[in-house]
Design a protein around this ligand. Structure first.
Ligand code: ATP
Ligand code: MG
Length: 674
């Protein structure tokens, strides 16, 4: 135990050993907040205060959860760590709802809605409710995010319908349609994972008591980014008297207000959980002084914040580099060359380097440059695999095994590959299901109803029976990977890929992606040495864990990481590149207004504080915006860096077009106050 505590400074030690009351740790980047959480878990277990299964630690991303498990595993052993509850708020909600689905008003085999289906459902709702002619905004995505916002505030449709504002009333109406429809299909959306869990805990005394007794200690990392509903979840989960909750956060790193996160939760913490303690950590162990001072200077421009005295014992350090480039391809190449130099000079390994960007689309050029330079890389948080059509079809096939009443999935694969059912039949089926408030699956089981369908009815029955046969097989305890493969073949999906996609290379690529699903399952069954249930696999996919896990495991651990600034939260790297430091890109073009700009600045602060010893910021004079190439201006954030801590580098190709004087002249225009 003393080994555990010896590594910590006084404040950290105090934080780790203060276990029996609410504890708020408010501290800047790199001060060891996450380390305190893992050490605290170990301290609680080793001192016999609780079993690992009685501790819940909530983090922000699946990656962070995995990392926390790993760190904790090193302290308390791999066996004990398996019982720990380390998860995101959403996967915690998922686990609880699976267990108490009936109490929450759902069947335990619920599935998660996909974004495309959600959008489709809103469109359908607008039509059905006659709101399209009503002049109601026809942007279903915007409506969807209003519903999501409402859920983040724990509002049900009624709450909006009862509003005096007619606009809100109408959103309430669509929200009701949307929610009732999903409920009928036994489908939850992402926000339901939180809202339904909170409502379950609030209304079901028995479940609440069970869970309150179970979790003796609760910890939350990145607390500044919790929203209202997550706060309510914590509140409902903890006993009123003497809750053992510890939250750690940094108001300067609050970057999710667009998702309803409220920094105010930090300020309200002492009122919500009274009788607690506040600990501040001030020593940054991550970055050298040059980086830290630059970051401190930038964030000090924001007015509403807790002022912190962050310092680092690591004196010296090289100045930050700002590199201007001629195009985004050249920007990417300049980064690739710099990385190669660092690696060849043995200054860094590939794994030491991270490339951050504000927007996902920036990764394309960067990825190309990595490939050309033969630099091993991995993209973190890439969800594109699961957005591919063939993959979504394959998953829909699996989802209907698990939940036959999942109409989205059912209708999606009914004619995939084409089996003579056709779009008209599909449309009719959908309409009839809505009309009768039932599922397509139940309609198909009604012989009277089927008479309407003439020739397609044979094809429909044949397909449904085939799936039903497999549904039986999936009940058995056999390796999932093999069964999935049989199933894909059995419903003609594998063979159908060749018919659906032309040319052959395309079909082949898609086949590989479908195989990838099977391989993923196989890998997991091997690793866990057991047959995993279909439900478990689908769950992990829904939470986008699986692909990342594979990426992180299978690929070379010594690879450059490409990721958005948002996804970089909590991570650290010796060398960090922040790319696209341009006006309208970072800060993002949609961040007009002081409040939004302050959030972008916090995001910039997050980016800067990921670096341990080397920080390079790049921007490009020209970039494709939409389809056109456009002239770019440097980001105002570059001007906010302290002048004496920055070296400006102009690569030759740009200097040809722009004299140094011209460039410096330009710099003057966008410098703010140094
Ligand atoms: P962020 O705000 O970015 O999430 P954080 O406050 O969670 O940062 P950690 O990631 O826990 O900070 O720690 C930053 C780095 O400092 C880690 O490499 C960690 O191992 C190291 N560190 C923290 N405390 C100490 C300490 N007392 N002695 C030595 N190293 C430490
Ligand atoms: Mg952290």
């Amino acid at each position: 135990m003393s080994v555990l505590l010896d590594r910590l400074n006084d404040e950290q030690r105090q934080a780790v050993t203060t276990t029996e009351k609410p504890l708020l740790i408010l501290a800047g980047a790199g001060t060891g907040k996450t380390m305190v959480v893992t050490s605290r878990i170990a301290f609680i277990v080793q001192s016999g205060r609780a079993e690992p299964g009685e501790i819940l630690a909530v983090t922000f991303t699946n990656k962070a959860a995995n990392e926390m498990k790993e760190r904790a595993g090193r302290l308390i052993g791999q066996k004990a760590v398996k019982d720990l509850w380390v998860s995101t708020f959403h996967s915690f909600g998922m686990k609880i709802l699976r267990k108490y689905a009936y109490q929450a008003g759902y069947a335990p085999d619920f599935t998660l809605a996909e974004y495309g289906d959600q959008v489709g459902l809103i469109k359908q709702g607008l039509n059905e409710l006659g709101l399209v002619e009503d002049g109601m905004s026809q942007d279903p995505k915007a409506i969807l995010s209003l519903i999501s916002m409402a859920k983040a505030k724990n509002q049900v449709p009624e709450d909006l319908e009862e509003s005096s504002d007619p606009w809100e009333q109408r959103i309430g109406g669509i929200y009701r349609y949307y929610q009732e429809y999903l409920h009928a299909l036994n489908i939850l959306d992402f926000d339901d994972l939180l809202m339904l869990t909170v409502r379950l805990l609030q209304k079901d005394e028995k479940v609440r008591q069970l869970l309150q007794d179970k979790f003796k200690y609760v910890m939350v990392d990145e607390f500044q980014d919790t929203n209202h509903i997550q706060m309510e979840l914590l509140h409902a989960l903890l006993p009123k008297h003497e809750p053992n909750i510890c939250v750690v956060g940094d108001d300067d790193q609050s970057i999710y207000s667009w998702r309803g996160a409220e920094v105010a939760n930090i300020l309200a913490f002492p009122q919500i959980f009274p009788g607690g303690k506040l600990i501040k950590l001030e020593q940054n162990y991550r970055s050298n002084n040059v980086i830290l001072n630059a970051a401190n200077k930038v964030i000090s421009i924001n007015s509403q914040r807790h002022v912190k005295n962050l310092w680092s014992a690591q004196e010296g350090g090289e100045k930050l580099k700002v590199v201007a480039c001629g195009s985004e391809e050249r920007e990417a190449k300049a980064i690739a060359d710099t990385i190669l130099n660092k690696v060849n000079g043995r200054q860094n390994t590939y794994g030491d380097c991270a490339i951050l960007y504000r927007s996902n689309h920036q990764s394309r050029a960067l990825e190309d440059a990595m490939r050309r330079g033969r630099i091993p890389y991995k993209i973190i948080g890439d969800t594109s695999f699961y957005e591919r059509k063939e993959v979504r079809d394959a998953l829909a096939f699996l989802k209907i095994i698990h939940n036959p009443r999942d109409d989205f999935s059912f209708l999606r694969v009914l004619d995939v590959p084409p089996r003579g059912i056709g779009p008209r039949t599909i449309k009719t089926l959908r309409e009839k299901a809505v009309e009768n408030k039932t599922s397509v699956y139940d309609l198909l089981r009604n012989p009277q109803f089927m008479e309407n369908f003439g020739r397609s009815s044979d094809a429909l029955m044949k397909f449904n029976n085939r799936v039903e046969e497999f549904r039986q097989k999936f009940q058995e305890k056999v390796p999932l990977a093999g069964l999935v493969e049989q199933y894909f073949e059995g419903v003609g999906y594998i063979e159908g890929l060749g018919r659906m996609y032309k040319p052959r290379e395309d079909a082949e690529k898609r086949y590989q992606n479908v195989l990838e699903i099977i391989h993923t399952i196989e890998g997991r069954e091997k690793e866990d040495k057991r047959c995993i249930p279909l439900q478990e696999y689908l769950e992990s996919v829904s939470l986008m864990e699986e692909y990342r896990r594979r990426q992180e495991k299978d690929e070379d651990p010594n690879a450059v990481m490409l990721l958005t600034v948002h996804a970089s939260k909590g991570l650290e790297f010796p060398s960090v590149f922040v790319t696209g430091m341009e006006k309208n890109l970072f800060p993002h073009e949609k961040s007009a207004g002081l409040k939004a700009l302050a959030e972008e600045r916090r995001l910039f602060y997050v980016a800067l504080t990921r670096a341990k010893s080397d920080l390079i910021l790049t921007w490009s004079k020209m970039r494709k915006a939409g389809r056109r190439m456009s002239q770019r201006m440097p980001s105002q954030f570059l001007g906010e860096l302290p002048k004496d801590l920055v070296d400006h580098c102009l690569p030759q190709d740009l200097l040809k077009k722009l004299s140094r004087e011209e460039f410096l002249e330009q710099m003057k225009n966008w410098k703010i106050d140094n």
